[in-house]
Write a protein that binds this ligand. Structure first.
Ligand code: PDD
Length: 277
């Protein structure tokens, strides 16, 4: 496969990762996952904007303009001749002798981006998936798409060990988001989701879903809900770049609504499909 390494597209054997890369040692960097549908990047501008916003929040300078990065990603897709999949892109603060504070001399950031060919999770989108509650033990800057994912990793692993697809994280009684997704509940024809804050990642799919809700006439309330309220929802959804609009049909083995994909969920999915390139 061909990899984007800084501003060069090279074969994967050519990529050298430094053992003193701050991404490797400290998780000192940021990332994005961007979906490719039919050879075209979906919501690329939004993902690139969020990447630069994450970089700003950790005082990391990406040495390319957004336009140049956009073009490099297109070139990466064309070189690899991928039709469906996703781009994984990360930028670390660079390679420098290990010390917690930022390098005191100028160091180049290290960018790597590559493509994974994947197909859409069609069976799960129709049948829904199981989830479980997991305490949210992450830090207080979940708005940054940071490479530090240990809290998310532990949450997802707990879910997998319980034969679930996703962990629904909560701080105390209040639901924040999934381990790698945003969470929504629908009750009596209203969609609820945690407001954008430092406690969740402002998902790009979340924004697309809120647009879909407007189109189909489903009112949205950006208010957090509790675990108890979640279990009383008619429908629950999780969303991410790869999971799209995914129905959650049970939480901690308790069925949500009728325990199958709900009507509103299906309508949001249909509106979402129309946006896919
Ligand atoms: N995860 N919340 C968290 C904690 C996430 O890691 C993600 C995405 C989302 C959804 O964001 P978006 O809709 O922009 O993909 C919410 C990516 C896909 C990942 O880590 O693989």
């Amino acid at each position: 496969a061909k990899i984007l390494w800084n501003d060069q597209i090279v074969s994967e054997e050519e990529v050298k990762i430094g053992y003193e890369d701050r991404g490797y040692q400290f998780g000192d960097g940021i990332y994005e996952v961007i979906k490719i549908y039919n050879g075209d990047v979906f919501t690329a501008t939004e993902h690139i904007d969020r990447l630069y916003a994450s970089a700003d929040k950790i005082q990391l300078v990406i040495p390319y303009t957004k336009d140049v990065l956009h073009k490099m990603l297109h070139e990466l897709i064309e070189t690899n001749e991928v039709q469906n999949g996703h781009i994984y892109l990360q930028v670390t603060r660079g390679i420098s002798p290990r010390q917690h504070n930022f390098p005191t001399t100028a160091v180049d950031s290290v960018l790597t981006a590559y493509i994974k060919e994947t197909s859409r999770p069609l069976a799960q989108l129709e049948n829904g998936v199981k989830a479980c509650f997991v305490e949210d033990i992450r830090w207080l800057r979940c708005d940054i798409k940071s490479l530090n994912l240990l809290g998310n990793v532990l949450a997802k692993q707990e879910a997998i060990s319980k034969d679930c697809y996703e962990a629904i994280q909560h701080r105390g009684e209040v639901i924040t988001e999934g381990s790698s997704s945003n969470i929504y509940g629908i009750k009596d024809g209203v969609l609820y989701t945690h407001p954008v804050s430092n406690l969740i990642l402002n998902g790009i799919t979340r924004k697309v879903i809120l647009d879909c809700c407007e189109e189909i006439g489903l009112p949205v309330v950006e208010e957090a809900f509790t675990k108890a309220q979640a279990l009383e929802m008619d429908e629950i959804i999780m969303s991410s770049t790869n999971a799209e609009v995914m129905p959650i049909v049970s939480v901690d083995e308790k069925p949500i609504g009728n325990g199958i994909r709900g009507e509103w969920t299906q309508k949001i999915q249909q509106a979402f499909e129309l946006k896919i390139p």
